[in-house]
Write a protein that binds this ligand. Structure first.
Ligand SMILES: [Fe+2]
Length: 192
């Protein structure tokens, strides 16, 4: 079986204690627009991708943390790559698993089905599949009430999904999320 590769680079997520300044800077420098924001997260894009940047406001998430005291938390949270299909995402999961590489977080974000991995240095990356066929649908979801109520997503067990796929449950049953709670914690560096 040939190795699975991403179909494209998707986005980068930064953790910041200069939330407003960062949003202004990225809007100005990339001519980006804010797709969705709440008190902790903001998602921006400059093209028809649902988001090219996201920002996590550490001041809201971890109030009282000082810039110096939070050393290591400021900066890149993760980068994201899009795979062509859910079959590709899971074939990649199985190939990596055979090499002893497992995701630390599997979450259905609503707009994407995502598996997060860390490299040997601990750099975090998201391997994702788009749920919606068009950017209009993705944008509508991102700006809609389901995403406002749960902007993180719902966790899933990849082994459970694989077992059900092998039983013949159609791929389409996994792609569009029908259960919108409970909201997953953010896992990875921030969740430690
Ligand atoms: Fe992401």
């Amino acid at each position: 079986m040939s190795r699975i590769r991403p179909s494209k680079f998707a986005h980068v997520v930064y953790r910041t204690r200069r939330f407003e300044q960062m949003l202004e800077w990225y809007q100005m420098v990339f001519d980006a627009r804010i797709q969705h924001r709440d008190s902790v997260l903001a998602f921006l894009t400059y093209d028809d991708e649902h988001h090219r940047f996201a920002f996590v406001d550490l001041s809201a998430l971890q109030p009282g943390g000082e810039e110096g005291g939070a050393r290591g938390l400021i900066g890149v949270d993760h980068v994201a790559y899009t795979y062509a299909s859910l079959q590709d995402l899971f074939a990649n999961y199985e190939q990596l698993k055979a090499n002893g590489i497992l995701p630390y977080w599997c979450v259905h974000h609503g707009m994407t089905v995502s598996m997060y991995y860390a490299d040997p240095d601990g750099n975090q990356m998201e391997f994702q599949v788009d749920v919606f066929a068009t950017s209009e649908e993705s944008n509508a979801f991102m700006c809609g009430p389901i995403n406002a109520a749960n902007p993180i997503g719902v966790e899933f067990d990849p082994e459970d999904w694989l077992a059900r796929m092998r039983e013949g449950v159609p791929i389409s049953d996994f792609v569009e999320r029908r259960i919108h709670e409970p909201m997953s914690p953010i896992r990875g560096t921030l969740g430690k």
